[in-house]
Write a protein that binds this ligand. Structure first.
Ligand code: ADP
Length: 163
């Protein structure tokens, strides 16, 4: 039987990307033939990093991952998924709060666009890691070096200096 080629998008804000996101990417890329990390330009009002910076930061981190790429997109995730001919939306889950939110999102996306969402559970050590928390702790001078890649840590330190 011929196996269908499966293309997934992993949409999010990634402001900045964390080890939790990378964990989802590492495991997700083994499930799909192609994985596109899709950086939403619209969701957050005052991002710490511009969409272009986020694409650059992620592209560096996935340089050694074949069939994985990163780009930014405008507007609705389902519209973007259609233009990319994606079969699946990949999302990560950390907690029951995530489940509640993601459940609604996945149901809506399936009913409006017929697209399936596949979830990957976080690794226990990243269960509490979020970009929001990383930005907050970094701006207060806290140590978050074990929750984000070194390259992101360096950029974050520079960016949050004057905050
Ligand atoms: P969004 O604003 O769309 O939630 P994020 O960049 O915060 O964008 O997250 C993108 C996806 O990654 C979401 O599905 C989110 O649940 C998931 N995610 C974020 N942090 C983690 C983590 N530590 N472990 C697993 N999944 C995560």
């Amino acid at each position: 039987m011929n196996k269908k080629f499966i293309r997934a998008i992993f949409p999010g804000s990634f402001d900045p990307i964390t080890n939790g996101h990378l964990d989802v990417i590492e495991r997700g890329r083994k499930l799909f033939d192609e994985l596109i990390i899709a950086i939403g330009r619209s969701p957050i009002k005052n991002p710490l990093f511009s969409p272009e910076e986020r694409v650059e930061m992620i592209t560096e981190l996935i340089a050694n991952m074949p069939r994985v790429s990163a780009e930014s997109f405008d507007g609705l995730t389902v519209e973007y998924a259609k233009t990319k001919k994606a079969d699946v939306i990949l999302r990560g889950l950390r907690s029951l709060t995530d489940v509640q939110y993601e459940f609604k999102l996945a149901m809506t996306n399936r009913s409006v666009a017929g697209i399936e969402t596949v979830f990957i559970m976080t690794s226990a050590e990243y269960g509490f890691t979020s970009s929001t928390l990383i930005r907050e702790i970094a701006s207060l001078g806290g140590d978050i070096s074990n929750l984000i890649p070194q390259s992101i840590y360096n950029r974050l330190k520079k960016r949050t200096k004057g905050l």
